[in-house]
Write a protein that binds this ligand. Structure first.
Ligand code: NAD
Length: 505
């Protein structure tokens, strides 16, 4: 059966359940019967890419650069379509599409274009004493056919970003964007269909049933961005084919505001990073520990900054086109419940808290006196609610952070070098910003990713290139004397082995 590759496989899954995990389990059960429908179609695309990929092993830098430039041109040409689709999906404001999606993708692609020749060069490594007379290098060869599964919150950045790395490393790619933002997924498909041949890059739209059909196939690498719950499913599926994975996951990223911090600056930065995309950002500052001495000042500064950024009143905030919405009713219900339960549990509502189901609006909200065991501290918030907790003893903060899974990001606002060192030395996180937040995503020279629950493997720049490359070890003999140790193991050979053990190890 030959299915036109332009056809999409749109089957939007219903989403029962309330927590991230319940949503995923229920979707898995509902979609099993749809998996077979997708299997044949995705197998066809996969086979085409499998046949094409070996030819890319010897691709030159010029050929890969040409693909990257085509991708860059396509992004530049489709900016308006991308902004319109994002607004249609969840009122994502054009300013945030431009900055957090188009700008982010262009930075990644331009960085790759600038450095690709260097990345592709075989890397000479020094000879070791035991192999005197040889020389060695690492050759970065394409892994082959890759699968990129992306989430809905920044669909362009999180589909095109990994694609930049896949193309730079000489791979083919099938992209499976999220079914939750169908307008943006449609634009991604149209961009790829008009830019690349399907054996190079193809897009399979659809939900879990499309993912599941794809995950049955023996890809050479899977790059997944999404929740830790689905990350586990992806890794288990990859294990069946011994496919390597990069998992870019999420979780609760803590922020600490010390009493030595510049409070106004901290508030200005955290209001931006918390409420951008309506809090639906993987490296959003999930919850904030604030030193008790500066708690009042911090809350007042956050309130002033929210009013400055989004409007003085709830009505103004709701009418502000730059304040986007929760992606769907399921996540709206999850967040409203979380808010209600946390307030019922004793948290103080400093401002915000208004919700409107009709347009999935949740006002920018600040909760104070939140306890470590309150509802909102049990899962990644992923919405415009900022819980703050007072501290005086940093050891308590460290104990609470270390009792949770290792976060994707950890932010520190402080003017005290010793305090900053104490926090960094005694925690683990995928990335950390000091006196700022989120921006490590844009630092192409740093690896981006999590640790354990928040992710496996790294993305961006040369780290993304390596994720899609096999580091092939090559040793070339020139005038080594290793053959003197070959059998038969006469007394003379044994003596030489002993000499080698003594002097060449
Ligand atoms: P999700 O895990 O629900 O979905 C991600 C992708 O997986 C989607 O394409 C979806 O269709 C697919 N999927 C869903 N269920 C599946 C299943 N059972 N089997 C196979 N595939 C399945 O995540 P989401 O709701 O789209 O995004 C939010 C999560 O992603 C948050 O946890 C957030 O922190 C995380 N995230 C991480 C990063 C990062 O860079 N580390 C970036 C953005 C989002």
């Amino acid at each position: 059966m030959d299915v036109p590759l332009g056809e999409s496989f749109r089957l939007y899954a219903k989403m029962p359940g309330t927590s991230f995990q319940e949503v995923n389990i229920a979707m898995a059960l509902e979609s099993t019967q749809q998996i077979n429908e997708h299997t044949q179609a995705v197998q066809l695309i996969f086979r085409k890419q499998k046949a094409f990929a070996p030819g890319l092993r010897s691709s030159t830098a010029e050929e890969r650069l040409a693909r990257l430039k085509k991708l860059r041109d396509a992004v530049l040409e489709n900016q308006v379509a991308m902004c319109e689709a994002a607004y249609a999906d969840f009122n994502k404001t054009p300013a945030e599409v431009e900055f957090a999606e188009i700008f982010a993708v262009l930075s990644q692609v331009n960085h790759a274009i600038a450095h690709l020749r260097k990345w592709m060069k075989p890397e000479r490594v020094p000879v070791v004493r035991s192999l005197l007379g040889t020389r060695s290098h690492i050759r970065y060869e394409p892994k082959g056919t890759s699968l990129i599964i992306s989430p809905w919150n920044y669909p362009f950045t999180l589909s095109f970003g990994p694609l930049v790395s896949a193309l730079a490393a000489g791979n083919t790619a099938i992209i499976k964007p999220s079914e939750m933002t169908p307008n943006m997924s449609g634009v991604i498909r149209r961009i790829m269909e008009t830019t690349f041949a399907p054996e190079e890059v193809a897009v399979v739209e659809g939900g879990m049933e499309a993912s599941t059909a794809l995950l049955q196939l023996p890809f050479d690498h899977i790059f997944f961005t999404g929740s830790p719950a689905v990350g586990r499913i992806v890794m288990a599926a990859a294990a069946r084919n011994l496919t390597s994975v990069t998992l870019e996951l999420g979780g609760k990223s803590p922020t600490i505001v010390d009493r030595t911090a510049n409070i106004k600056k901290a508030a200005r930065n955290l209001v931006w990073s918390k409420f951008i995309n309506n809090g639906q950002t993987c490296i959003s500052p999930d919850h904030v520990y604030v030193h008790a001495d500066v708690m009042d000042d911090f809350c007042a500064a956050v309130q002033a900054r929210v009013q400055h950024s989004y409007g003085q009143t709830i009505q103004a905030q709701a009418a502000n086109p730059d304040y986007c919405r929760i992606v769907n009713q399921k996540h709206y219900a999850r967040l409203s419940n979380l808010l209600d339960e946390t307030v019922k549990g004793g948290a103080e509502l400093v401002f915000g808290g208004e919700t409107s189901a009709a347009d999935r609006f949740i006002a920018p909200t600040l909760l104070r006196n939140v306890h470590n065991d309150s509802a909102i501290m049990q899962e990644e918030i992923f919405g415009p609610i900022m819980p703050v907790m007072a501290f005086t003893d940093p050891q308590r903060v460290l104990a609470e952070i270390n009792a949770r899974p290792k976060p994707l990001a950890l932010y520190i606002f402080s003017g005290d070098k010793k305090f900053i060192k104490q926090i960094i030395d005694n925690t683990s996180a995928g990335g950390t910003c000091i006196n700022t937040s989120l921006v490590h995503f844009l630092q192409e020279n740093l690896p981006f990713g999590g640790v354990n629950d928040s992710g496996i493997g790294k993305a961006h720049g040369v780290y993304g290139f390596k994720a899609f490359s096999n580091e092939r070890a090559v040793v070339q003999d020139r005038f080594s004397m290793g053959h003197l140790l070959f059998p038969p193991y006469t007394p003379r050979v044994r003596k030489l082995i002993k000499v080698a053990m003594r002097y060449l190890t």
